[in-house]
Design a protein around this ligand. Structure first.
Ligand code: SAM
Length: 231
């Protein structure tokens, strides 16, 4: 999968050189290209923001640098790629595990990281008319910029690309995959500080273990996130 990111803080994305995402890039599963939006601003100060039209607090990202950056990326995309542009936004649809799974089969994603009060609306309108655009929120809170939201989405999407996670079975039993939160996990030793691992997990009875884990998942979901069960 090719992933382009447009940001005024490219350094944030150094985090994606680490761990599983770093390996996924080294092994060619993810081709991540990070672009500094300021390189697309052609005035002396490399300006990317201006005051809000109509008044109000803060600054808004200007459309011109965005069009230079996005046109450059789209112009360089593979002819058959049909890239999807994702603008992280607290005003967007909420990112979920099922959206991550859906997006993991895309061939080319472009993340446009807003800052300040966000990006001039005409950028969304222009690129929605020309291609595929989604505004996506990672939750009901406000971050300073789209970088952390993009990293969260890239990691959630990237680990679902076939081959990225060594044992695909480990992806199946996770929280949100089946609409439930995951059951509690334990490892060795069987007893630690007087706390014993539940006996059933030491029984070797796989049917009983499976039933216990399902029960725990349902109980935890009911307690922590009852709305997932429709309660
Ligand atoms: N004025 C905007 C609003 O109220 O909708 C918030 C702007 S926020 C300070 C700056 C940028 O952070 C946004 O353009 C977006 O890229 C990013 N951002 C903030 N919260 C986010 C969230 N919950 N999910 C995704 N992106 C977010």
């Amino acid at each position: 999968m090719r992933i382009d990111v447009v940001t005024i803080f490219p350094g944030y994305f150094d985090a994606l050189e680490l761990s599983l995402m770093g390996k996924a890039r080294d092994r060619g599963f993810i081709d991540l290209r990070v672009h500094d939006l300021r390189d697309s601003a052609h005035d002396k100060h490399r300006t990317v923001d201006d005051t809000p039209t109509g008044g109000g607090a803060g600054m808004v990202m200007k459309p011109e640098p965005w069009s230079v950056a996005l046109d450059g990326i789209l112009g360089d995309a593979q002819a058959d790629a049909d890239p999807l542009i994702i603008f992280p936004s607290p005003a967007g649809e909420v990112f979920t595990q099922s959206m991550a799974r859906e997006l993991s089969s895309e061939s080319h994603l472009i993340f446009g990281c807003g800052r300040y009060e966000g990006i001039d609306q005409r950028v969304f309108d222009e690129y929605s008319e020309r291609g595929r655009v989604r505004l996506v929120s990672i939750g009901d809170y406000v971050l300073n910029g789209g970088e952390v939201a993009s990293i969260a989405m890239i990691e959630a999407i990237g680990r679902l690309i076939p081959g990225v996670v060594g044992n695909p079975e480990s992806l199946v039993e996770e929280s949100h995959e089946d609409g439930l939160l995951e059951y509690p996990s334990y490892t060795k030793p069987a007893e630690w500080r007087g706390r014993r691992v539940p006996d059933v997990l030491l029984s070797g009875n796989h049917a009983a273990i499976s039933a216990w884990r399902h029960e725990q998942s349902v109980e935890r979901t009911r307690r922590v996130r009852p709305e997932l069960l429709g309660d």
